[in-house]
Design a protein around this ligand. Structure first.
Ligand code: M6R
Length: 615
């Protein structure tokens, strides 16, 4: 979590850093700060709060023309979110400054050692310890800053993405990475740094991604020198050319990124399908599956590993894989899997799903499964992300940048990819009738248009939302393919509106949750006309007789549930395996409108960050 930006070159870094921090606020937004300097002067500005508040302070600070700057937007780990704990942090000499993303796990021991050598600390952060460790090593060994950073990092346990500078030698920036991503943008006699490439997208499309255990020295003349922190080996920078459009990281006329991203789902899914679902040729083409066909065909078990919304997509994956390819599937929370000494057998395939590709638990689980000999396949959105690089093979969802903290288009595109893979493997394993496969392929190609139609229900959903904005609790129920949808609907509501919500398999209601149902407990039921429809209708009857209000997601033209529920939202008719994509969309909109009515910040909900790069 936390967003890092930095600049060195011949332009004024302030506007570059401020715009960069705004774009990185999805990573954390409880406090922010920047340091800028030139050869004679430096200026540090920090605030508790959001980046906009920082801009206001900077408006009055115009007495310096800097050429180097570092900035940070924070998601607190060590120390409460206040101005003191905000980054950048300085060393005791006031000479070195650092911005840091990650956690230094042995910071306490290092801090004690530094205190015993006369150091003092103004903040509660682990980052202040690191910058002082660098200072201590530099003075003791009488060495240059990059060498001191390298030695210090070899003493550190934990994760970091850092930028360090010396305000008395503002000719270079030192950056390093272990576990927290860092991208370096190559401009005209200028270098940019970001936790991802979005901060500098309008300045350059040329980017170098640092790998774990790599550090780089960035010079004012645009030179980059990369080396391995442990082996000291020099590394030739691999320059990638970014294809993202600037528009994809802006709101494009929508009030919030979340609403924009909900509405982008038809396009996002079309992008996911492009070049893979070849309806005209009656086939699905997935290069990574073709390449590793034998691994997939010989697999005895698939284990999905993920967190949050990506875990919910994994659950849909379980239903899809068992239904279409008759292979046993397990779905694991990455945070549990990694500490359980998991049993990995020969011919297991581990599929890691992650929008950001940076989630710390998923990355750690991946590494453990890899060490134990599993074949690792990744489903990620962010191209070049850590998870996508650690896997043996994988597929990108191509949803485009997702900025809203609440995952929306990432979920529907993950499910789209899972459907593609399930259908492709079913074809290869011959577990599907070829004509039925063609029908499914055609139906899948129609999904974007059906979502387009579905988003037209937004005004109806906004009206429904008005009835529930004061609710304290909410229950979501679904069965089969729609059970993960109930979990996802509940997660969306709790994370952006702060209403307590729980999702259950509808049939589990009688085993406990029904005790909670009364007239104050709204219940959202996904009751599309598929397997177990009648059983879900019975659940609705049971809820109704306990006087709860019912919001039902139903198939177009459903009259049975319409007579029982207080509100119905129709979704276009599709095969059961496609319902999770469609049924989730009204639930995303419902949460969005409830949160808006409650005055919540939907794009930056409290306590959350877009990518959870710490444990
Ligand atoms: O980037 P990832 O898909 O690995 O992120 C996993 C979760 O942190 C993420 O899905 C989170 O639950 C979202 N805020 C949900 O909307």
């Amino acid at each position: 979590m936390c967003g890092i930006v930095a600049y060195i070159g011949n332009k004024d870094p302030k506007p570059i850093l401020m715009e960069g921090l705004r774009r990185l606020e999805y990573r954390g937004y409880d406090s922010a700060g920047i340091l800028v300097c030139n050869n004679s002067k430096s200026q540090l500005s920090k605030i508790a709060g959001k980046v906009n508040a920082l801009s206001k302070i900077l408006e009055n600070k115009t007495d310096i023309t800097p050429h180097l700057g570092i900035g940070h937007t924070r998601w607190a780990t060590h120390g409460i979110p206040n101005e003191i704990n905000a980054h950048p942090h300085s060393s005791n000499s006031g000479k070195l400054f650092i911005v840091h993303n990650g956690i230094i796990e042995n910071y306490d021991t290092l801090k004690m050692e530094l205190i015993s050598r006369g150091y003092s600390f103004y903040s509660d952060t682990d980052s202040e310890v690191l910058v002082n460790l660098i200072q201590e090593i530099q003075i003791k060994e009488n060495i240059k800053l990059p060498d001191a950073v390298q030695l210090a990092l070899n003493q550190v346990v934990g994760a970091y993405g850092i930028v360090v500078c010396d305000i008395f030698n503002p000719e270079e920036l030192v950056v390093a990475r272990l576990g927290s991503p860092l991208a370096i943008g190559l401009g005209e006699n200028s270098l940019y740094v970001g936790s991802d490439a979005t901060p500098f997208l309008d300045h350059t499309r040329k980017v170098v991604y640092l790998e774990d255990n790599e550090m780089a020295v960035l010079s004012k003349n645009g030179e980059i020198n990369i080396k391995n922190i442990i082996s000291d080996e020099s590394i030739h920078p691999y320059v990638e050319e970014l294809q993202w459009s600037l528009n994809s990281i802006q709101k494009g006329g929508f009030e919030h990124f979340m609403l924009k991203e909900i509405n982008e789902q038809p396009k996002a899914i079309s992008d996911t399908l492009r070049g893979r679902l070849l309806v005209g040729q009656g086939k699905i083409q997935i290069n990574s599956i073709n390449e590793y066909k034998d691994k997939f065909l010989n697999a005895k078990r698939v284990i999905f590993v993920a967190c949050g919304t990506s875990w919910h997509a994994s659950l849909v994956g379980e239903y899809l894989f068992e239904y279409f390819i008759r292979i046993p599937v397990e779905v694991e929370y990455a945070s549990e899997f990694r500490y359980r000494d998991p049993i990995i057998q020969k011919d297991d395939i581990v599929i890691c799903i992650s929008q950001s590709g940076e989630t710390a638990d998923t990355l750690a689980a991946l590494k453990i499964a890899k060490e134990k000999g599993a074949f690792i396949y990744g489903i990620c959105n962010v191209v070049g992300s850590s998870i996508s690089r650690e896997t043996h093979s994988g597929i990108y969802t191509h949803a485009g940048p997702e900025i809203g903290v609440a995952s929306t288009k990432a979920f529907s595109t993950q499910i789209t990819v899972l459907i593609l893979i399930a259908l492709k493997l079913a074809e290869l394993k011959k577990t599907i009738d070829p004509n039925l496969l063609l029908d499914y392929q055609f139906e899948l190609s129609q999904i974007p248009e059906k979502i387009e139609r579905l988003t037209k229900s937004a005004p109806l959903i906004e009206t429904i939302a008005k009835n529930y904005s004061d609710s304290q609790n909410c229950i979501y129920l679904g069965r089969g393919f729609n059970f993960p949808v109930a979990l996802e609907g509940a997660l969306k509501l709790k994370e952006i509106s702060y209403i307590h919500a729980e999702g259950y398999p509808a049939a589990e209601m009688k085993h406990g949750p029904i005790a909670l149902i009364d007239k104050n407990m709204p219940v959202v039921v996904i009751a599309t006309k598929k397997t177990n429809y009648q059983k879900v209708v019975s659940n609705i009857q049971e809820i109704k007789s306990r006087e709860a209000n019912i919001i039902a997601i139903v198939s177009e033209g459903d009259e049975t549930v319409a007579k029982l529920a207080n509100h119905v939202i129709e979704i276009p008719n599709v095969s059961e395996c496609f319902t999770p994509i469609l049924a989730t969309i009204p639930l995303q909109l419902l949460s969005y409108y409830i949160a808006i009515i409650r005055g919540c910040n939907v794009d930056q909900p409290r306590n959350l960050a877009k990518s959870v790069t710490v444990e």
